[in-house]
Ligand binder design. Structure first.
Ligand code: ATR
Length: 267
């Protein structure tokens, strides 16, 4: 029987992960099956337990289950431990292990695909929820400087910043002069792109951790209109975090080149 993997979430029907992992399987010659698993909002543990009891080999975890997954697994890798969230579950003979590849996925997209250097780059993260939490430590490790978390609710930014030893601010009090500005808020889901004053982003490279297949998320559109130096959505991050998960499961690193373009072209 083929080794079985899936992405678990709610909703999960629009997830691109099955297409991405199918492309990796073809490119690497690995014979795997990768599906979608929708669990009820309060039913993560039951669905995950059943999946592994039936022989499943690994799960990707997406919204809203990354914290449930963190609590459910038996051990954590360093990235998951520091993020406090799990996006990849690996099962081996010893344990069910929770990993987090979101941070490495973001850093690879920024460095390798976009060529946006992070070493010494003044970096601002917008948002202080789960999406922000997973990327602060990897950004620090990549050499980001003056790392600052800005959030609509200031005390959430302060709490997260204290945990990681970085600076915090309210969205309405952020200074300017950033090399890189990352959107980790959920504001785009409500169609909101303009989160900070124009001069915060007008000369910066702006990255949205969310994506849309046309690349034009509300934050990307808004940042481009403010004159940002460069703009990217987060499709590359999604593909790179998937590649790292694939590596954790199969010990083979898939070539990610061209996959974003193929997905955007509707392939
Ligand atoms: P997630 O786990 O997806 O990050 P979350 O924990 O609910 O979800 O966090 C959502 C983030 O988006 C928060 O930083 C939130 O700001 P608040 O902490 O002030 O709620 C931010 N956010 C959501 N909608 C927003 C909006 N319209 N404008 C600005 N920030 C917004």
């Amino acid at each position: 029987m083929m080794d079985r993997y899936a992405v678990i979430g709610n909703p999960v029907d629009h997830s691109l992960s099955p297409r991405i992992h199918a492309a990796f399987a073809t490119r690497t010659g690995e014979d795997i099956e990768y599906g979608r698993l929708e669990a009820p909002a309060d039913g993560f543990a039951g669905a995950a337990r059943r999946f592994f009891a039936e022989g499943g080999k690994g799960l990707n975890v997406t919204l809203p289950f990354k914290l449930d997954a963190w609590r459910w697994v038996e051990s954590h890798d360093d990235a998951a431990a520091s993020a406090g969230a799990v996006n990849t579950i690996v099962v081996d003979s010893k344990a069910i292990r929770g990993c987090n590849t979101d941070g490495i996925g973001l850093v690879r997209d920024l460095l390798d695909n976009l060529g946006w250097g992070l070493d010494g780059a003044r970096t601002l993260v917008l948002g202080a929820g789960g999406a922000a939490q997973g990327v602060i430590e990897p950004l620090k490790l990549a050499g980001a400087t003056d790392l600052t978390i800005a959030n609509r609710t200031l005390r959430r930014a302060q709490a997260l910043a204290a945990r990681f030893g970085v600076a915090s601010a309210g969205l309405d009090e952020v200074g300017c002069g950033w090399d890189v500005v990352l959107n980790a808020t959920a504001a785009g889901l409500a169609g909101v792109g303009g989160l900070v004053a124009t001069d915060v982003v007008s000369v910066s490279r702006c990255y949205d951790m969310f994506y849309s297949l046309d690349g034009a998320t509300p934050f990307c559109r808004w940042a481009a209109e403010q004159g940002a130096g460069a703009v990217s959505d987060g499709l590359g991050m999604l593909i790179e975090q998937a590649a790292e998960a694939f590596y954790l499961w199969r010990r083979v690193r898939p070539d990610t080149g061209g996959i974003a373009e193929a997905l955007r072209a509707g392939a």
